[in-house]
Design a protein around this ligand. Sequence first.
Ligand code: NAP
Ligand code: MG
Length: 462
Amino acid sequence: MKAHDGMYIDGAWRPAHGPDTIDVVNPADEQVIGRVPAGSALDVDAAVRAARAALPGWAATPPAERAARLGALRDVLVARKDEIAGTVTAELGSPLKFSQAVHAAVPIAVAGSYAELAATHAFEEKVGTSVVHHEPVGVVGAITPWNYPLHQIVAKVAPALAAGCTIVLKPAEDTPLTAQLFAEAVHEAGVPAGVFNLVTGLGPVAGQALAEHPGVDMVSFTGSTAVGRRIGAAAGAAVKRVALELGGKSANVILPSADLAKAVNVGVANVMSNSGQTCSAWTRMLVHRDQYDEAVSLAAEAAAKYGDRIGPVVNAKQRDRVRGYIDKGVAEGARLVAGGPEAPREQGYFVSPTVFADVTEEMTIAQEEIFGPVLSVLRYEDEEDALRIANGTVYGLAGAVWAGDEAEAVAFARRMDTGQVDVNGGRFNPLAPFGGYKQSGVGRELGTHGLAEYLQTKSLQF
Ligand code: NAP
Ligand code: MG
């Protein structure tokens, strides 16, 4: 696997200031597949200076030209999609088919959507006697996680570029090769030097230095609620714009009129895909008491089918954390109906697809984000009870509702405290705003709402 031994700063790969490196490990076989530099505050400073220097030029570039660069970026991603899928599989461990269909394809769609939006968005509007200009926020510090390594980068970089912002990216330490490949793609697309910069490194070192740098006007963070809270606090103290995409504990509510088998099967697939490492995964399945036993056996059966197909989780720490939650579920009295804490293979960071029945709302596994292939099935008495349980966590990122009648499902979805709801298995829409209610975050990504995050207004009165 190709690895750069430098940082992409001001349009070229430059040596890091310090000697520290990060080993990149393939979680499927625990082999080291590459080594990248672990950046320091000095590297972050060099990258932020480059981004600041490039800002006036890029901000003044006509939107049509920014759109052309984004279109070129999309085309490079298309041309290199197999390499992207292979790289994500090597460093994240997801099965190659999933890497192709999701990890490579979704960022292509999102980059394409911003090529179009940059060309068509109204960066100027008339409000009475005023003209309102939508101008770039400035230099963006982007910090991303490993679970959808390219999607999370593109969901920040593409709208920031479309808006006229310049960027410094600190990707997750577990998936830096995908980020390096993306930097190559930006370069190939002809984006001017300094507009996009990459500093690989550790969160508490490079990430923190980026979030706290006075030359950064906005921090856009995706990751855990614990780190997001700190980044939000630091941004607040510095009066900086901040966007936070954090954790989730989404509910999949199956109303009695729904097609039960379909709702359960799609629900299990949703939780098991990407080995459960999806912030918006529907990790709590809510079923009416009269259908509960049937739903539990359907879920157990569906999960067992994933046994051989599921990839590993990203690293040993994550595997231990997920297995710790499974132990806790057993200890708190939930009933294991599929999987369990035992390692299914000798090598690699694998966790068995796991389903718990008899989960009650106050249990740890029903409240905390596990970020592994673990589904909890909860029983509800009536619709009000289902709504209370669905809304009964600190999170509000996503969710699902199933009903025989679409209007019935929509009525329920409107009462959920969450940023996205899939109705009867609705498909992912790369233009729909994505982001959290409550502690799942601040701000929205994707589409015009995602673009607006990177713009500020200036009103001229006449
Ligand atoms: P994390 O530890 O919060 O890491 C996310 C990013 O922040 C990584 O690049 C990380 O660097 C960096 N970081 C860590 N500590 C930092 C600090 N003190 N200052 C600045 N940056 C810091 O999260 P994770 O464990 O990698 O990812 C899983 C979590 O992300 C889950 O909770 C999941 O729900 C959430 N997530 C949310 C969304 C969403 O859109 N809402 C999407 C994906 C994931 P290192 O890589 O070096 O740790
Ligand atoms: Mg981390």
